[in-house]
Design a protein around this ligand. Structure first.
Ligand code: ZN
Length: 283
């Protein structure tokens, strides 16, 4: 099984995770910029974070045979914090970089006016820099948040096929499919969406314009959940062709719209260090 995880926060994972991911068939990932678990106190910390998503993390991934790309944005949770808003002025100098394949995650957390303004400004940036967009939907009041996100996207006039709306469930998938956007699903070990429910949705909606991810981050999560979905699909009678479409070709097509995806094998692990550091310390 060849897998592209379109939404996974590798900065919060270990090298063991990279090893297991490679064994499971994961060959490419996109890491969207997000909240770090505790509030940031200034835009300067975003600079180092963005730089690590473009430098150290792709280097670390390459040591395990995984292609790493990123999506950059001011995330919805911190869009509300006045200490972080100036990040919006820093984004243009990052969105031109090769490893950036989308603007994201953007969208709503608590559906405030400040979040909405940051969301709209970043949709303008996506248009200006000709990048696809990854939209996060809130975990509370998801139906209203998803509906409002679709309205904001329509007002912004972005082509629907250049947007994935993520963290969907049984209650929000239909409106996203109807609007013509890509539908994204984060599969978690215990809460929210799981692989059984995902297969039921795939039986109903098919695999076209659908993407699944593990979202793996600081919380309880599992970076191999994409493979679990593939196995559950095969057990339910889907063909390996459908599994490959969902787990590889769909994310490749979506992020391929950036013109910046690199999906060939990364260079051999021994290819030097990164700023004097390596993950093979002591080897
Ligand atoms: Zn995320």
């Amino acid at each position: 099984m060849r897998i592209f995880d379109p939404h996974i926060h590798m900065s919060s994972r270990t090298t063991d995770d990279y090893e297991h991911m490679r064994e499971a068939g994961i060959r490419a990932v996109v890491e969207p910029a997000f909240w770090m678990g505790q509030p940031r106190t200034s835009p300067a910390t975003f600079i180092d974070y963005f730089d690590s998503l473009l430098g150290w993390e792709p280097y670390r991934a390459s040591q395990f045979g995984v292609r790493h790309h990123c999506a950059l944005a001011l995330n919805p949770k911190e869009a509300e914090d006045p200490r972080c808003r100036d990040v919006l002025d820093l984004l243009p100098r990052y969105l031109v970089k090769d490893g950036v394949v989308a603007v994201g995650e953007v969208g709503y957390d608590s559906m405030t006016a400040a979040e909405e303004e940051a969301f709209q400004r970043q949709l303008d940036l996506a248009r200006e820099f000709d990048l696809p967009v990854l939209v996060h939907t809130p975990h509370r009041d998801k139906i209203a948040g998803t509906r409002r996100s679709i309205d904001v996207l329509r007002e912004a006039g972005l082509p629907p096929e250049r947007v994935v709306i993520d963290h969907l469930n049984e209650l929000t998938v239909a409106m996203v499919v109807e609007a013509g956007h890509w539908a994204g699903f984060s599969i978690y070990p215990e809460t929210k969406m799981d692989e059984r429910r995902m297969v039921a949705l795939l039986l109903e909606y098919g695999v076209e314009r659908m993407m699944v991810n593990s979202a793996a981050d600081w919380g309880r999560s599992d970076p191999l959940k994409t493979r679990e979905v593939g196995l559950a699909m095969l057990a339910s009678g889907f063909s390996s062709h459908d599994v490959e479409a969902l787990l590889w070709h769909n994310p490749a097509a979506f992020y391929g719209q950036s013109g910046r995806l690199q999906l060939d094998e990364p260079e051999a692990p021994a290819a030097g260090d990164f700023a004097g550091n390596t993950v093979m310390r002591g080897a």
